[in-house]
Design a protein around this ligand. Structure first.
Ligand code: UD1
Length: 364
């Protein structure tokens, strides 16, 4: 059996790493062939190579080098380049993870060539069609032959959309496999100068809905600066966000006011180490909502909705949208010591990748 595994952008790398490792343990099986394709959607060393090193992911067998562009350009470039790979390699299965443009592009390409597709992290729904990721999730899941899910809510979403029961497989969360494997090593890293355990907050912000509009971004930073007066805020910034801060004249102000400490994007271990030691996280990311739930760090998600509702229902996540009052109230409550009981979702136990590989190796 020949498998092509696809990763393209930063949040894919921690999801693919444990699957590569679980396949490596099965290398002795006769006829098993695994190839890793990096689409090159993320290409900055800080958004890509650092993750391969930290997570011990083997060098990709193929890099499509598609780079940035509009959604159509990026998706089209992945499809053209990936079609050639599929035609040359003729895999039995293509495995995609997450919800980025590369996920959808490779799924469509493979299916049109009659190649079966497995989607890891299927069934997540924000029900918000203004998010490019929601479109990617819907297209991927309607086409995939095997849908590996992280929680029972995702299973329900798929059933509601008419996906056949035998295609749905609740396996847990491969991003959490990676977190559990590396957590101790990450925690042991020294903190950046001037920061102490539990004495700082982390900020990440990159979603177009938050960063691409001057008014929204200015209003968010006015509130974040208020919070930063009560606790130092560390901000590893996505390149898109830095570009917008510059364009809207906010970058100089941030660089002068050192209560929000602007950093380059961090690779996996330093980032997780910081999260584990932080008082709280303010974010608009998807995966960080899950990581904070497992690390039991309060997470304030500055989005109107989430495709990961389980992190709000039983985890540490609080949705505030971009509303200044809601963000401030949630952050101040954490700083004033409010603690909400939380628990870790079922099967987020470090064994998801093993379950996935076990299913794939036994499929008809
Ligand atoms: C992508 C994913 C998003 C994920 C995010 C994590 C899609 C639709 N979105 O968004 O779900 O949460 O990754 O980071 O797939 N850029 C660089 N260097 C890079 C990559 C990007 O400078 O290595 C800059 C470019 O200016 C580019 C912009 O970031 O135009 C956006 O990159 P892109 O890959 O289109 O989407 P992200 O915002 O990173």
């Amino acid at each position: 059996m020949k498998f092509l595994l696809v990763a393209g952008a930063r949040p894919n790398f921690m999801k693919i790493a444990p699957i590569m490792e679980a396949f490596r343990k099965q290398q002795h099986r006769p006829g098993l062939e695994i190839r890793l394709v990096h689409t090159g959607q993320h290409y900055d060393p800080k958004m890509s190579n650092g993750f391969f090193e930290d997570l011990n992911i083997p060098h990709p067998d193929i890099n499509l080098g598609v780079g940035s562009g509009t959604h159509a350009q990026q998706t089209a470039r992945v499809m053209i380049a990936f079609e050639e790979v599929c035609l040359n390699d003729r895999p039995d299965w293509v495995l995609v993870v997450g919800d980025v443009n590369s996920t959808m592009a490779c799924t469509i390409t493979a299916k049109k060539l009659g190649i079966r597709v497995a989607h890891v992290e299927a069934g997540l729904r924000s029900n918000d069609m203004s998010m490019p990721e929601e479109i990617n999730r819907l297209c991927t899941d309607v086409l995939a032959d095997l849908l590996f899910t992280t929680d029972p809510i995702a299973d329900q979403n798929l059933r509601r959309e008419g996906v056949a029961e035998e295609k749905i497989c609740f396996v847990g969360n491969t991003m959490i496999d990676t977190l559990l494997l590396h957590m101790d090593r990450a925690r042991a890293l020294p903190l950046p100068e001037g920061l102490r355990d539990g004495g700082f907050a982390i900020l990440t912000l990159h979603r177009p809905g938050n960063v691409d509009h001057r008014e929204t971004l200015c209003s968010l930073f006015a509130t974040l600066l208020e919070i930063a007066r009560r606790i130092p805020v560390v901000f590893p910034a996505h390149p898109r966000t830095v570009a917008r801060l510059k364009e809207f004249g906010l970058l100089d102000q941030l660089q002068q006011d050192d209560s929000i400490r602007l950093l380059e994007p961090l690779s996996y271990l330093p980032f997780i180490g910081l999260v584990a030691h932080s008082r709280m996280v303010l974010t608009d990311s998807g995966g960080i909502q899950e990581e904070t739930t497992v690390l039991r760090v309060p997470c304030i998600t500055m989005r109107p909705n989430t495709e990961r509702p389980i992190t709000c229902e039983i985890g540490t996540n609080i949705l505030t949208g971009s509303d200044p009052d809601r963000i401030r109230t949630a952050a101040f409550a954490v700083l004033d010591g409010a603690v909400r009981p939380s628990s870790i979702p079922e099967k987020w136990d470090g064994k998801a990748a093993e379950r996935i590989v076990n299913v794939l190796l036994n499929v008809e």
